[in-house]
Design a protein around this ligand. Structure first.
Ligand code: ADP
Ligand code: MG
Length: 554
């Protein structure tokens, strides 16, 4: 009597599905990770809602995920007793890909059909839709916790889906059951052997127990116990386990570059497990994406918007679990909580210290982190006053002597010329462009190192950077270069202090002619081969910042 309504996917979704199945995912097993992680999320959401509305959990307090095999029927069922979805939520959540970055993701695949596939997956979890890699039809039956109706969502993943009401006797008492009608070449996903292997490999530490039933109607047995990995002691956790967990919590498919796991005791008690990803997450520069650290209170997931880390560490993935906050803390209250402020400080310090240690103990590994996230860490140079010096010491730079490598400021200072009071830098759009700059001539000739800064954050932090080991930062395009005190390596004798009379006469003439365009004309030690260059005045903006501000319509 109630005919199913038909809907079409957004055009983007159809394209994404097609590309995913045909070119992106090389490892189809990942569909199970995605479904299990959604099921676990649903259980966590329910536990959170049940803090305010305990009746939602009352009849069946233990969360679980059940995988049911149907080898004969060529089906795999994934069921959870989590929050479930209403009709509208189904349409909203399964009919659109709401994740930010989707478009950018697709543009990149289009541009590079095969090569990048595996890496791209490392940066972008495709979520629910990955089940269409193995299923020719997917039925999702869901009953939202507390609701007295249930809905069936069904699709072949090609162009659209249908939604219809179904009798609650055919739905789980609460939560979601996903039935995959497996493709011919994916029937092995109905066998115990492969499902057990995949779950152990990928989802061993999902914080909800996973059970498996040999066939429909059979009594399920336990596959994983749902112990939260972060509550275990470090010594009992293998590297593999950390990697699996990282993949689950980050939605990435690479390996972490750094793992920070600790338990804080004393005034505040909490556990933290944080990862620096091995590659750049896709949404790193998405302005809506604040942080990706999850907050748990006594193993109950509360929010991933608690801003547990400063903005410049937004590439870090992981979680904090504390017993110091009340379970019923509202998400709004969290931001103001002094406990959270203390936790934020503690976790931030530990992460930065871990990166510092990495810089000492494994230089190559550290430089990879720096290449991926250095431009974010440098945002801390003007956002995090307290840690400015520490972050400055951690920073690495391309310079006129670095070649393809990097130099620290400590390296710079160690090799600075006698009497050199400044750390010289040049800011610009690209390394090649900077290296060709005539401004560098005088510095090169005197063997004075210059930092070559090409990230857009560079224009900002340098303007109020603190001194480093007694040396202040100085733009070589700004003010006078004071180079005369240093010997040119090709001549070996200092240049005269002031311009000769002839030169002075020319300067006066040029100043008069250009009076409307420039504020001063000076003889300069900074040029060797080139005749002239433009510099900013000592007080004004640096040339590059000037360009950025002009571009921004200032
Ligand atoms: P993500 O998990 O990153 O949000 P997915 O594509 O994996 O993206 O899932 C999309 C959305 O579908 C989820 O955010 C959730 O709202 C909903 N959803 C998927 N699976 C379930 C489930 N088992 N129970 C409840 N909601 C679900
Ligand atoms: Mg998901």
């Amino acid at each position: 009597e109630n005919p199913a309504e038909s809907h079409v996917f957004e055009a983007d979704v159809a394209r994404l599905l097609h590309m995913m199945v045909h070119s992106v995912y090389s490892d189809k097993d990942v569909f199970l990770r995605e479904l299990i992680s959604n099921a676990a999320d649903a259980c966590e959401k329910l536990r959170y809602e049940a803090i305010a509305t305990p009746v939602l959990l009352a009849s069946d307090p233990d969360s679980r995920i059940v995988l049911t095999l149907d080898e004969e029927g060529g089906r795999l069922l994934v069921e959870d007793n989590g929050i479930g979805m209403s009709r509208d939520e189904m349409i909203e959540a399964l009919g659109t890909i709401a994740r930010s970055g989707t478009r950018a993701f697709m543009e990149r695949i289009e541009a590079n059909k095969q090569g990048e596939g595996a890496q791209l997956i490392g940066q972008f979890g495709v979520g629910f839709y990955s089940c269409f890699m193995v299923a020719e039809r997917v039925d999702v039956v869901s009953r939202r916790a507390g609701a007295d109706n249930a809905w069936l969502w069904s699709s072949d993943g090609k162009g659209g889906y249908s939604v219809s009401p179904i009798d609650i006797s055919e739905a789980p008492a609460r939560g979601t059951r996903i039935t995959l009608h497996l493709m011919d070449d994916a029937k092995s996903y109905a066998s115990r052997w492969s499902i057990e292997r995949i779950v152990k490999e990928q989802s061993g530490h999902v914080p909800v127990p996973i059970r498996i039933a040999e066939k429909p109607g059979a009594e399920p047995t336990q596959l994983t116990d749902g112990t939260a990995l972060w509550t275990k002691s470090k010594n009992d956790i293998t590297g593999e386990e950390y990697i699996d967990f990282y993949r689950g919590v980050s939605g990435q498919y690479d390996e972490p570059a750094l793992t920070v796991h600790f338990r804080a005791e004393g005034r505040h008690e909490y556990s933290a497990l944080a990862f620096v990803p091995g590659s750049q997450p896709f949404d790193l520069f998405d302005p809506d994406r604040k942080g990706r650290m999850k907050l748990y209170v006594k193993r109950v997931f509360i929010t991933d918007e608690a801003e547990l880390l400063p903005r410049y560490l937004r590439f870090v993935r992981g979680l904090v679990d504390t017993a110091d906050l009340p379970l019923n803390v509202s998400r709004e209250m969290i931001q103001e909580s002094p406990i959270l402020t203390a936790i934020r400080k503690g976790v931030t310090n530990r992460i930065i210290t871990a990166i510092e240690k990495q810089a000492e103990s494994d230089k190559d590994a550290f430089l990879k982190i720096w290449e991926n996230f250095g431009s974010l860490i440098k945002e801390g140079l003007y956002e995090d006053f307290e840690r400015r010096s520490q972050l400055l010491a951690l920073s690495r730079f391309r310079t006129t002597v670095s070649g393809d490598g990097y130099r620290s400021l400590a390296d710079y200072v160690k090799d600075a010329k006698e009497g050199q009071r400044s750390i010289y830098y040049l800011v610009g759009g690209s390394l090649d462009q900077l290296k060709a700059s005539p401004q560098l001539e005088g510095f090169r000739a005197r063997g004075i190192e210059v930092l070559l800064l090409t990230d857009s954050v560079d224009s900002f932090w340098v303007t109020n950077a603190p001194e480093f080991e007694g040396k202040s930062f100085k733009s070589i395009t700004q003010g006078s270069a004071d180079l005369a005190q240093f010997n040119r390596q090709d001549e070996g004798k200092p240049e005269s202090e002031s311009a000769s009379a002839e030169v002075q006469a020319f300067l006066d003439y040029a100043k008069q002619k250009l009076a409307a365009e420039v504020s001063d004309v000076r003889a300069s030690d900074r040029l060797i081969e080139s005749a002239v260059c433009l510099v900013a005045s000592e007080q004004g903006y640096d040339r590059q910042l000037e360009k950025i501000l002009q571009g921004a319509g200032r």
